[in-house]
Write a protein that binds this ligand. Structure first.
Ligand SMILES: NC(=O)c1ccc[n+]([C@@H]2O[C@H](COP(=O)([O-])OP(=O)(O)OC[C@H]3O[C@@H](n4cnc5c(N)ncnc54)[C@H](OP(=O)(O)O)[C@@H]3O)[C@@H](O)[C@H]2O)c1
Length: 341
């Protein structure tokens, strides 16, 4: 086995869009393992909007990645060396790791992956992984959807949003998505079964919401923030619920924005607005995975993995998230698992 690994290290905190020069890609000696640790060969790296947050030193829910450190990332991989009897060689694991070909993990950082017969691993870890679980709890726990209610979801063709809308349909809601571009909107309606989708890049979002939500909006699942969020909030019904999952339109901002402009709507319409971070639900992940896997096998939800290849392409690929260049759950194959090359 090789005694070198490849790794991305954070060199500078990005200003605006992540630049190539913000990180270094290098070969270096394999890190040593301590007691209780294991060495994991990374098979898949999940590329997530939050990676941009971790690169910054803004107030956030985890410590920022320090300059010079390996870029943090969610990985799935295979244990290749082990000082821990609970993580024997050959175990497939997933959890917190890094932008690297190999990472040393502590037992609490990763969990053994339970394969589900009939679901390919890239789907299980990717499109049915943490983003699907985020959709599940963010919608069901916070919005508590009822049949006949109207749900609006932004980032509708993305990893989280595409699942949110489909669960909304399972719960009997009228579901309107908002996404960038005709192809994404067509997929959301024709393939996923949303009632409608607004192309925010070519349509007037407010006018289209008025037309497509004649009874107002009961629930907003918010993935993008900014003007789109304001347009939705201003049209919410009394006692509406908003699950604040993400604000990707702001992650590259260099100066803080004011707002939201729709703040008075929270008062006038007695809205419940709740942010959440999916790791808070860790003890209940099994419940979500079981439900999602059942719906997936039964054809009630469909998913799309946007699979890219090569650790050296991690940063150029990551940037696609902030311009809409991904279509489905963005996943990087670092090295195909044995038997799946
Ligand atoms: N709270 C949590 O625990 C948690 C967990 C996971 C994810 N999230 C959040 O959920 C959101 C979606 O994440 P994801 O992993 O599912 O990513 P994703 O939706 O698969 O990919 C990001 C999408 O955001 C859209 N986007 C980018 N810039 C935009 C802008 N300026 N205005 C409007 N849309 C823009 C693009 O779609 P279009 O082509 O449609 O523009 C892009 O494809 C993110 O905000 C993320 O931070 C939160």
């Amino acid at each position: 086995m090789t005694n070198q690994r490849h790794v991305w290290r954070l060199r500078a905190r990005p200003e605006g869009t992540i630049k190539d020069s913000d990180l270094d890609y290098m070969a270096e000696p394999m890190p040593a393992m301590g007691d209780g640790q294991a060495l994991v060969e990374v098979n898949y790296l999940s590329l997530d909007p939050t990676n941009r947050i971790w690169m910054s030193d803004m107030d956030q829910y985890m410590p920022p990645v320090e300059l010079g450190d390996m870029m943090r990332g969610v990985i799935a991989g295979t244990v290749t060396r082990s000082n821990n009897p609970d993580l024997p060689i050959g175990t497939m694991v997933s959890g917190l790791g890094g932008f690297a070909s190999h990472v040393v993990v502590d037992p609490g950082m990763v969990n053994a992956v339970r394969q589900v017969p009939g679901i390919p691993f890239a789907d299980l870890f990717g499109s049915l992984g943490s983003t699907a679980v985020t959709a599940y709890f963010g919608l069901l726990d916070i919005c508590d959807p009822k049949p006949g209610e109207t749900l609006v979801v932004s980032g509708a063709a993305g990893a989280v949003g595409s699942i949110v809308g489909q669960i909304g349909k399972i719960k009997g809601c009228h579901v309107v998505g908002i996404a960038g571009g005709a192809d994404k909107c067509r997929w959301v309606v024709d393939e996923l079964g949303f009632d409608a989708c607004i192309d925010y890049k070519s349509e007037d979002v407010g006018a289209r919401l008025d037309a497509l939500c004649p009874n107002g909006i009961d629930m907003n699942f918010e993935n993008v923030g900014g003007d789109i969020m304001d347009a939705v909030m201003m049209r919410m019904n009394n006692h509406g619920r908003m699950s604040l999952c993400g604000m990707i339109s702001t992650y590259n901002d260099t100066t803080p924005r004011g707002g939201p402009a729709a703040w008075p709507a929270i008062l006038m319409h007695r809205l419940k607005v709740q942010g959440f971070i999916i790791t808070d639900y860790a003890p209940r992940f099994g419940e979500a995975i079981a439900a999602l896997a059942g719906w997936w096998m039964g054809g009630q939800i469909k998913t799309k993995v946007d699979l890219r290849h090569g650790l050296e392409n991690a940063i150029i690929t990551l940037r696609d998230l902030y311009s809409g260049g991904n279509f489905g759950k963005l996943l990087l194959e670092v090295k195909a698992p044995d038997g799946q090359a």
